[in-house]
Design a protein around this ligand. Structure first.
Ligand SMILES: [Zn+2]
Ligand SMILES: [Zn+2]
Length: 292
């Protein structure tokens, strides 16, 4: 058993993460438009036909902006807690709304998705892990602090999307008003590079093949800075920055070895060589950019 995963976008302008096997997949959050999801999946050789459900982590717009259209167009169930649904004013058709409870796995085909609560300034925020057989991928963004649940589930992941939102000095010296700086770093906002690195170095399981640095701040972080910081400590774990402008390649996550997959249609070509850098398409129109 193995999983394929990609970030379709990561950051305060929209989050959407694809996790699936050869038959079925789920999207974690849908914070970019339906059209952008389709466009980026097509570029990656992924198809919406495989997507069986969307899971929503919390009600902030960068996690829900595309959910109505996606769910309506593909008749997709949306797994969301009642409080998040209310607070996010989600007006999904009744037969599409499904709920979930923390720590109770939801089965979709051969996938098992487990939610757990997290610390963030939202009404009912959760993170998710997706399992297929022995392989686990975690999506951990929008975290005020690394809580015990995060540590518990991080230690089970073969690959994880982990928030590294800001460089502490850049935030401190930056142009944000004081109240906003404190909201970001105050325990219910976002994880700093240092906090994420500490979690990684102290709790990374020996089998973690990929770490995707996620939800980077546009103003208070730099992709190459945080990539360097982690790569120095990464050992055999491949460090990838999930961009706020483009999708990542699709990565093949297994329980035994590190592979990067190049996908064409439904045929997966897997090899051990690092993926050749693709020419990134031009940045999407920067809609709904927020300060974080
Ligand atoms: Zn967010
Ligand atoms: Zn948020």
């Amino acid at each position: 058993m193995s999983l394929f995963t990609a970030s379709l976008n990561s950051g305060s302008n929209g989050n959407c993460y694809y996790v699936g096997n050869a038959e079925e997949a789920v999207l974690i959050d849908a914070g970019i438009s339906c059209r952008e999801v389709e466009r980026r999946m097509t570029r990656l050789g992924l198809t919406m036909r495989s997507v069986k459900a969307i899971f929503i982590s919390h009600e902030h717009s960068d996690h829900i902006n595309g959910v109505h259209k996606l769910s309506a167009r593909y008749r997709l169930p949306v797994y969301v807690t009642p409080r998040t649904c209310r607070e996010g004013r989600l007006t999904l058709s009744e037969d599409c709304v499904q709920t979930f409870q923390a720590f109770t796995p939801i089965t979709i085909g051969n996938l098992s998705i487990t939610a757990f609560p997290k610390l963030h300034d939202a009404c009912d925020p959760h993170s998710f892990i997706v399992r297929c057989g022995e392989v686990t991928v975690g999506v951990f963004t929008d975290l005020g602090l690394p809580c015990e649940h995060l540590i518990h589930y991080f230690q089970q992941c073969h690959a994880a999307f982990l928030e590294a939102n800001y460089d502490e000095e850049m935030l401190e010296r930056g142009r944000y008003p004081f109240f906003l700086k404190n909201r970001i770093r105050g325990g219910l906002g976002h994880l700093s590079n240092t906090q994420a690195l500490k979690l990684f170095t102290e709790y990374r399981p020996p089998f973690m093949s990929h770490l995707f640095l996620s939800h980077l701040s546009k103003d208070n972080n730099r992709p190459e800075l945080v990539h360097d910081l982690f790569r120095r400590e990464a050992g055999a774990t491949e460090i990838v920055v999930a961009s706020r402008y483009v999708e990542t390649p699709v990565y093949h996550i297994t329980s035994t070895a590190t592979h990067t997959a190049a996908m064409a249609g439904s045929n997966y070509t897997v090899n051990n060589a690092p993926i050749v850098a693709r020419i990134p398409p031009p940045p999407a129109k920067p809609s709904q950019l927020s300060l974080f």
